[in-house]
Design a protein around this ligand. Structure first.
Ligand SMILES: [Zn+2]
Length: 574
């Protein structure tokens, strides 16, 4: 008996000791380094959404969730999948492959037929159309920028003409030149559309068309262009220059590839409050080997994305470990999400908030961590403090960081998607650095000790929200003043950046803004401004750049199947 009691006592003691120990789990720099060095390794090839590297990262995160004892979200769409870790994946549509179709034609009547792939190539963003053109007009760099007093489209054009333009800008390749924005491909397309031509042909800067990045059939998941767009060789351009009858037919096949958010939950223990949710998230995708979004000097190198955002992903995994060990203390349910498609425009989080796996109206807060690995001198920026009445008090001054607090709930990362659904958000960020979006953002440059301290603060904030009797009270935040450049006019619209070809969807409209006064609402789709078609966010941004404050513009808007006409008067930017 005694021995037995002693054994039981010993067992109880070790159990209690284990519980006591569990309660003291803190974010660990060693664990963070383990995650970041894997996620940012060459093996994952830069984790570009839709690639094998990104999918390996998703599997790693799912396996960690499983190992830590987290459960898949109750409504995961892939519940029937037998492989346990696959049940943590939420798949969303993503075009990751572009191939040439069979029906590409560029020919001059009475002249020769130009060879696709050799003499010309449609772009991945090009719609499939057949055009009988009456001519090709040269239009310089194809840039129209009112504020720079530059206009390459001086004539009157028709849909049966194609514009022939140079790559680059009058500034050359200067990445900090004044034409950087107006010279982007998407804005050149918008300028051509707006000028009224039916197609855009861009002359290659390379002697061999195949060496031109434009010929690589990429798609940015931001909607098709409104007119066919192709790159053509210098020789082909010369042949087209004086042609009178040109046939252009584009045929591009865009294919979905798997892209996944990774979602896991720790259920709360309060019988009532467990139906409220706190989301802790970070994006795990990055830029792969460059392309859209890259600031690298040379193409083709692996962009490791250690700070952006293996650091935040490791943060999600560490917080999952910390809270899994203290799960009995949680009242509410925690939802951990690693998003993909962030770099392409918040695609994963955008999909998630429109297909949530736990109810969004019962989601009381979303905490986003994006680039939290490069803390210097204790500087930490927290965005979204204007999105709940209680945030400033909860953030408090308990921790010894040099805090910069920003009100706005919108910003360049996944918390925006939740804020537009009226969820209070916080956005943790340790600031920009010279390795941002370059191959040199590597794991050895991460400040793991300070990242662990940040996570200790985040964990404390999560406990405070979780322990409160009342849920946070959502408030609409003041917008931060626009940083640098930007537009001269202000509308107060919040565009949706997801893939679209049929107008610009509004995620929201700021209170008391010109857009709100004109009657624009979240969910509206802007299809026309003046006589300009708006197919996607670039067309919209371009139109905004051409507007003048105080002048009235007619917006054509689709709302619930109905076409509305609204008059919008932009204000000057303050
Ligand atoms: Zn990034």
């Amino acid at each position: 008996m005694k021995i037995k009691i002693a054994l039981v006592a010993a067992f109880l003691l070790t159990t209690f000791a284990a519980v006591a120990q569990q309660a003291q789990v803190e974010p660990s720099a060693t664990e963070l380094q383990k995650h970041v060095s894997y996620l940012a390794s060459d093996k994952l090839d830069g984790r570009r959404t839709g690639t094998a590297g990104a999918n390996d990262a998703a599997r790693y995160i799912a396996a960690e969730f499983e190992r830590l004892g987290l459960r898949p979200a109750p409504a995961t769409d892939s519940r029937k999948i037998n492989v346990m870790s696959a049940r943590y994946l939420q798949t969303f549509p993503y075009i990751g492959r572009v191939d040439l179709g069979k029906n590409n034609v560029l020919s001059v009547r009475g002249g020769e037929t130009l060879r696709v792939g050799e003499d010309w190539m449609p772009l991945g963003i090009s719609p499939n159309q057949k055009l009988d053109l009456t001519g090709v007009v040269s239009a310089g760099y194809g840039i129209t920028a009112n504020e720079l007093n530059h206009n390459d489209y001086k004539g009157t054009y028709s849909k049966t003409q194609a514009a022939l333009i140079q790559k680059g800008t009058p500034d050359g390749d200067n990445p900090h030149g004044k034409f950087t924005t107006a010279g982007q491909l998407r804005f050149k397309v918008a300028a051509a559309q707006s000028a009224g031509v039916g197609a855009l042909l861009i002359i290659s800067s390379e002697d061999n068309l195949k060496d031109d990045a434009l010929a690589s059939l990429r798609y940015d998941n931001a909607g098709l262009a409104g007119i066919p767009v192709a790159v053509i060789s210098k020789q082909a351009a010369a042949k087209l220059a004086n042609a009178k009858e040109v046939t252009l037919r584009t045929d591009v096949v865009r294919a979905d590839v798997p892209a996944h958010n990774v979602v896991a939950v720790i259920e709360g223990s309060d019988p009532v409050l467990k139906d409220e949710y706190i989301v802790v998230g970070a994006h795990y995708d990055h830029l792969g080997r460059g392309g859209e979004g890259s600031l690298a000097e040379r193409p083709g190198e692996i962009h490791h994305g250690a700070d952006d955002n293996a650091s935040g992903t490791a943060g999600v995994l560490e917080l999952a470990r910390v809270f899994s060990a203290q799960r009995s203390r949680l009242k509410r349910t925690l939802v951990f999400i690693a998003f993909s498609g962030e770099e392409e425009g918040l695609l994963g989080s955008n999909y998630y908030v429109n297909h949530p796996l736990t109810p969004l109206d019962k989601t009381i807060a979303m905490i986003n961590m994006d680039m939290i690995g490069r803390m210097k001198d204790g500087k930490l920026s927290i965005g979204g403090v204007g999105t709940a009445k209680e945030w400033r008090q909860i953030i408090g001054t308990g921790e010894t960081f040099a805090l910069t607090l920003n009100e706005d709930g919108y910003g360049p990362s996944d918390h925006s998607s939740f804020y537009m659904k009226q969820v209070p958000v916080l956005f943790f960020w340790t600031g920009n650095h010279s390795d941002y979006h370059k191959p040199s953002d590597t794991f050895d440059k991460i400040n793991y000790d300070d990242e662990a301290r940040i996570l200790t603060m985040v964990a404390r904030i999560v406990r405070d929200i979780d322990g409160a009797g009342q849920r946070l009270s959502f408030t609409t935040a003041k917008a931060d003043p626009p940083r640098g450049g930007g537009f001269r006019v202000y509308l107060g619209t919040i565009p949706n950046y997801a893939d679209t070809n049929d107008g610009l969807l509004l995620d929201g409209v700021r209170d008391d803004s010109p857009a709100a006064k004109a009657g624009l609402k979240a969910g509206d789709r802007i299809v026309k401004i003046g006589n300009r078609d708006v197919k996607n966010v670039y067309d919209y941004t371009y139109a905004l750049g051409e507007m003048k404050a105080g002048q009235e513009y007619v917006f054509e808007v689709m709302r619930g199947g109905e076409k509305l006409t609204l008059k919008v008067t932009p204000e000057a930017r303050k």
